[in-house]
Design a protein around this ligand. Structure first.
Ligand code: AQP
Length: 332
């Protein structure tokens, strides 16, 4: 089977709808067709300050949400990044074959450091795409399911894999991004020109899966729509309505043309009412399942221990081969 690898940060507590539609749904689907590795990336989380107790709780919460979304530990390898020390070890190697200028061109760092200021932005935040390269290459991944915002980092992964292979001999599989075009970028409900993100300018634009369903319904009903009245997918002219159509189509399984036909002659209110209902039907059992997993931390931790063991078996082999290729003297 081809390999898939992806990771999600435990920082915000609840996953948001962009994380779910852009990434986690694909994690679930790829369990069927790939030898899939998924991890909660706590090493990435500390690139910005974290409260230790909160980080620990949010890491378990992220695992519970991944299970609630449909990851099955019998069909994929689910683990926490810091449980597999090879990530940090291969990360260092990758740091040493990355140009400073090359790393400086990562637009996500430019955006985030511009917001935080260069003294508050850490060196860890600067090099996190390179750690992500190591995350992917350790598992010889073929496919990396992510949202559009990660495309540049997967490009960097491909460049570094090819560079290492060229210099030291075939070592790493060169991975490809697995980005589902329709849901690659879910937009903020209040600002449909911007990506839905945990650092949204207003919480009203952000759908957290663990919010009270009533709150979620309200946010959908107050979503920004566009001038005119027609319900039609047109990302340039009608970004707000198009975003709602994308979300409804993905969650309901009805194609966008079918939705457009169904809403002929109806107003934005009808679309929002239906979407609010579909969302509530989705998040209500999701919240219950997440809580059930959280209520049983022993089972959760046992599952993570088993996942880390499976992940380490693969990661250790790749790291040993990498160290050998570089010319590190083997430890006796
Ligand atoms: N709006 C989105 N549409 C589609 N996919 C998205 N992803 C994030 N936002 C969207 C994808 O979710 C996966 C996990 O992302 P992460 O753990 O790196 O979270 P993040 O990118 O830090 O989430 P935010 O909300 O986007 O954080 P900030 O505001 O800090 O930038 C990834 O595959 C990502 O592509």
């Amino acid at each position: 089977l081809p390999r898939a690898l992806s990771g999600i940060q435990p920082t915000a507590g609840s996953f948001h709808l962009g994380n779910y539609l852009g990434a986690v749904r694909q994690y679930v689907a790829l369990q069927e067709t790939h030898d899939a590795f998924y991890m909660v990336v706590d090493l990435h989380a500390i690139t910005v300050p974290q409260d230790p107790a909160e980080l620990r709780a949010n890491t378990r919460l992220a695992v519970a949400q991944l299970l609630a979304a449909g990851l099955d530990p019998h069909r994929c390898t689910l683990f926490v990044q810091s449980h597999v020390p090879e990530h940090a070890q291969l990360g260092w190697v990758m740091n040493c074959i990355t140009g400073f200028g090359e790393a400086s061109r990562m637009t996500q760092f430019k955006d985030k450091s511009a917001k935080q200021g260069t003294d508050r932005a850490t060196v860890g935040l600067f090099t996190y795409p390179i750690l992500q390269v190591a995350d992917i290459l350790l598992y010889q991944a073929d496919a990396v399911p992510v949202g559009e915002d990660q495309r540049q980092h997967i490009e960097l992964t491909r460049d570094l894999a090819e560079r290492f292979n060229g210099r030291f001999g075939e070592t790493f599989t060169v991975p490809a991004p697995y980005i589902v075009k329709e849901v690659a970028k879910i937009y903020d409900l209040q600002d449909p020109a911007s990506k839905m993100s945990k650092s949204a300018s207003t919480p009203k634009g952000l759908i957290n899966l663990l919010d009270e369903p009533k709150v979620t319904a309200k946010k959908i009903k107050s979503a920004v729509t566009d001038t005119g009245t027609e319900i039609r997918f047109d990302a340039a002219e009608k970004p707000g309505v198009s975003n709602l159509l994308t979300i409804l189509s993905t969650l309901s399984g009805t194609s966008i043309p079918d939705l457009e036909r169904g809403y002929e002659g109806k107003g934005y209110g009808a679309l929002k009412t239906d979407l609010a209902e579909v969302m509530v039907d989705f998040v209500t059992p999701f919240r219950t399942r997440t809580q059930e997993y959280l209520d049983d931390p022993e089972t959760l931790d046992a599952l993570l221990a088993a996942g880390a063991e499976k992940a380490r078996a693969v990661a250790a082999e790749t790291l040993a081969q990498t160290y050998d290729r570089i010319g590190f003297l083997p430890a006796k």
